[in-house]
Design a protein around this ligand. Structure first.
Ligand code: DGJ
Length: 795
């Protein structure tokens, strides 16, 4: 609910309050954001009390001599009038000055969510969201700045965006216009960012803020695997389930900027928006520039509390269309099974093996078009290679249909290889600086999507592919970052607009294609997670999270994605062993357990798999289908805290606090839940463990169980001789024969308990193997071991 009284604005969600006011001077003073407070009273207690200007701070004006903008929390700030922190807006006026002073003019409260005009934004199909529009004017220079707030009561999220209109007769250069500014009172805060690189996305980085600035930004032309645009702020001491946590998202896929600045007076400013570095926008008289929408969520129930709000927001107000609440198929992707070396027979063999194991959708990845035998050529030439796919996409999809499989295809439509017909025919369609050497990335260049003609080409090309066969899934890849950014079609004073215009063009293509083919499941991908953001998720309901499919790495990445993203958007595959990125050997069941908590698929060579492994995969897929609704659309909770102090127990064992991970996913009605426990390295003589699920209904009674797994005798090496009547030489024929017929039973966990018992007391699991014998009630728990647990309400 938005309440306005005496020029005080109270934006209330179910559990939070966001409050600001118009000061006498016309500036907007931010008063409070956090746990819900009453709307009663005039809020004066929250006002900053300034009666003199301290030290050498500057007074705002002759009329407001006591007001200094340097030490006050503001909703919006600009250069030149005394606030020396990072501005929200920076405009260079025609006279060369950078000073702006935007003051309150009017406001309006509207029902419903108003979508952005030039970019994707959140939506509300039920019309429950409310909008507050605050109009600010810089009278000296004839500029109008509007800040839009949207309140999503149901999921405790508030969004902000802004527009700047040039009402003067002179053009101006916009050097920055951010999306969100949040000023806060002095406290000890931790700023958490998610940084990485290709194949190691989403490393959680925590910085205790000190006076000065900390910037998380991307200059790659993409959201980037280097720095995701989701960030968090927590009060020191906050854990997964307790304490103040704020999460910030930007609905955008280009260069972004998240900044935390602690001023000399200890006040904190958080800003998010388009990265001002490399950006500028020429705003002619009468024109308007619009920023992306930023979203912020707060919870006093720690990081899990905030994540729940963000998950709801993304699921309900970002992801849209046919696939929004539809279970996603279990797919088999050809990439790690064959890379570029594909042909119809090989793929059909793979697909057949997949079908037998329960796969529903077969995806032909890179290598099917032009002369694409490696990454040096053919991007742009989107005709199937007749040698590899002799009956065309149509014939190939027919074969799959006959097998009972849906067909999915890989494309990378934003790119072109210099070695391609497209580049020969349309060099003017490419982002590059004429007559200057180009820095190459994966041997490919970026099409200039600022041009309408290029957008049309992409829409037509993808449409032709989709019209040529029965295709129900598209993996839309994008494998390089931007260099030599230059559009041959824009004048020199507009070159600072290229990346943003690129995204406006890309979003147009995505919008038209997803509207034209509403039932096709589009999956975003950019060399893994190089463009994992809410901008893409407004069109594509899921994104390939990383090219790293190693279960250990994925368990960390998926944990970290889960801070800001629901698991229904995180695509995860079970891959071969040893892993292709790390050469690590992890158990097949662990690979499955980790992938099953995302949108689960497979990406390995089923044609070469041992019968025993294929049988195991078949069981996994059947199990996944049974629990798919819970896993894909349930509420996801992280287990033990990763940000608190090392517990005395862990300390005593000199154990890395991230050696253990635990997850729980609970159905929306709380009647079913799936849990997982995962360990990195086995620590001797630590046989006791407790699993504590989260999010259950304390009043319900659940049947708790585990998967009854069997283990290969060879996992125990020459320990087999402690039980065998005859001596068995490790890896000998006898050993292999025994392994074929004798399986070691795994432990059984089977209890009936109330939700509160399970959550608060936890389940004491069977003892893990600790070097002193093995029987069917011992937990076989070596390095990279994991367990999946199931909870179902007893009716
Ligand atoms: C990068 C993607 O992330 C991979 O999954 C694969 O599709 C390759 N591109 C294909 O070139």
């Amino acid at each position: 609910m938005i309440k306005v009284r005496n020029q005080v604005f109270h934006l209330g969600t179910r559990d939070t309050s966001y409050i600001f006011r118009v000061m006498e001077s016309g500036h907007l003073e931010h008063l409070y954001y956090g746990r819900k407070v009453a709307e009663e009273g005039n809020m004066e207690a929250m006002f900053e009390k300034q009666t003199f200007i301290p030290g050498n701070c500057n007074g705002y004006s002759d009329d407001y001599k006591q007001l200094t903008l340097e030490d006050i929390c503001l909703e919006m700030s600009s250069y030149g009038k005394g606030d020396i922190r990072e501005p929200f807006v920076h405009v260079v006026h025609e006279d060369g000055s950078s000073t702006s002073d935007f003051l309150y003019d009017s406001h309006l409260v509207l029902q419903g969510k108003h979508e952005l005009e030039t970019m994707p934004s959140s939506y509300d199909e039920h019309g429950n969201a409310q909008q507050l529009k605050i109009v600010l004017k810089d009278k000296e220079y004839g500029l109008t700045l509007i800040i839009y707030y949207h309140v999503f009561e149901d999921c405790d999220v508030i969004t902000r965006s802004a527009t700047l209109t040039n009402d003067s007769n002179e053009p101006v250069q916009v050097k920055r216009l951010l999306s969100l500014q949040l000023d806060m009172e002095p406290e000890e805060y931790v700023f958490t960012t998610f940084r990485g690189a290709w194949a190691r996305e989403m490393r959680k980085c925590e910085t205790v803020l000190q006076p000065g600035k900390y910037v998380n930004a991307s200059y790659t032309g993409t959201t980037s695997s280097r720095a995701n645009n989701f960030v968090m702020l927590t009060k020191c001491g906050t854990t997964e389930d307790f304490g103040d946590c704020f999460g910030f998202h930007l609905i955008y896929s280009g260069n972004h900027y998240e900044m935390a600045e602690v001023s000399s007076f200890g006040k904190l400013r958080i800003s998010t928006g388009i990265n001002p570095d490399g950006f500028s926008w020429l705003l002619e008289p009468g024109e308007t520039f619009e920023t992306p929408e930023a979203a912020v969520a707060y919870s006093h129930l720690g990081c899990n509390g905030m994540s729940q709000h963000m998950h709801d927001f993304v699921r309900q107000h970002i992801v849209r269309g046919y696939w929004k609440e539809k279970e996603r198929p279990v797919l088999l992707n050809s990439w790690e099974a064959a890379y570029f070396n594909i042909n119809e027979n090989k793929l059909l063999d793979l697909a057949r093996a997949g079908k037998n194991a329960g796969i529903e959708l077969f995806v032909m990845d890179d290598g099917w078009f032009g002369e694409r035998n490696d990454d040096t050529s053919s991007l742009g030439d989107w005709q199937e290679n007749a040698k590899k796919i002799p009956d065309g996409l149509d014939g190939f999809s027919e074969r799959l249909k006959e097998m009972g499989l849906d067909f999915g295809i890989w494309v990378e439509p934003e790119m072109v290889n210099v070695k391609s017909h497209l580049y020969e025919e349309h060099p003017e369609w490419v982002l590059e600086i004429p007559k200057k050497p180009h820095s190459e990335g994966r041997n490919q260049r970026i099409l200039d999507l600022t041009q309408e003609e290029v957008q049309e080409f992409i829409i037509e090309t993808v449409s032709n592919i989709l019209d040529s066969a029965d295709i129900s899934y598209v993996k839309w890849d994008m494998n390089r970052t931007f260099t030599d950014v230059f559009s041959k079609h824009l004048p020199k004073e507009r070159q600072g607009e290229v990346v943003h215009r690129y995204y406006m063009g890309l979003y147009r293509c995505m919008k038209e294609l997803t509207e034209k083919y509403p039932e096709v499941l589009f999956e975003g991908c950019a060399a893994g997670g190089n463009r994992f953001d809410l901008g893409i998720l407004c069109y594509f309901p899921q994104i390939w999270a990383s090219d790293d499919t190693d279960a250990l790495c994925r368990s960390e990445m998926q944990t970290n994605y889960s801070y800001g993203y629901p698991m229904s958007v995180v695509s995860a595959h079970v891959s071969g062993c040893p892993n292709h990125q790390t050469l690590r050997r992890t158990p097949l069941e662990t690979r499955f357990h980790v992938a099953a908590f995302g949108v689960c698929g497979y990406e390995c060579n089923f044609s070469d798999m041992k019968k025993e492994e294929l049988e195991a995969v078949k069981v996994q897929i059947a199990l996944y289908k049974h629990w798919r609704e819970v896993l894909q659309f349930g509420r996801f909770y992280r287990g033990e805290s990763h940000s608190g102090l090392i517990s005395s127990y862990q300390g005593a064992l000199a154990q890395n606090r991230e050696n253990e991970r635990s997850w729980t996913c609970v159905s929306q009605d709380q009647k079913k839940a799936v849990g997982m426990k995962f360990q990195t390295l086995a620590i001797p003589n630590t046989m006791f463990a407790t699993y504590k699920p989260k999010g259950l209904n304390p009043q319900f009674t659940y049947h708790f169980s585990n998967r009854n797994l069997k283990y290969n005798v060879k996992n125990f090496g020459d320990l087999v001789n402690t039980a065998s009547p005859i001596h068995i030489k490790p890896d000998s024929i006898v050993h292999n024969l025994v392994a074929k017929f004798v399986k070691m039973d795994g432990e059984t966990e089977d209890y009936v308990a109330s939700g509160d018992q399970l959550m608060y007391a936890g389940v004491k699991l069977r003892q893990a193997f600790a070097g002193t014998g093995y029987n069917d009630q011992i937990r076989f728990y070596p390095d990279f071991a994991s367990r999946m647990y199931f909870m179902e309400v007893e009716e």
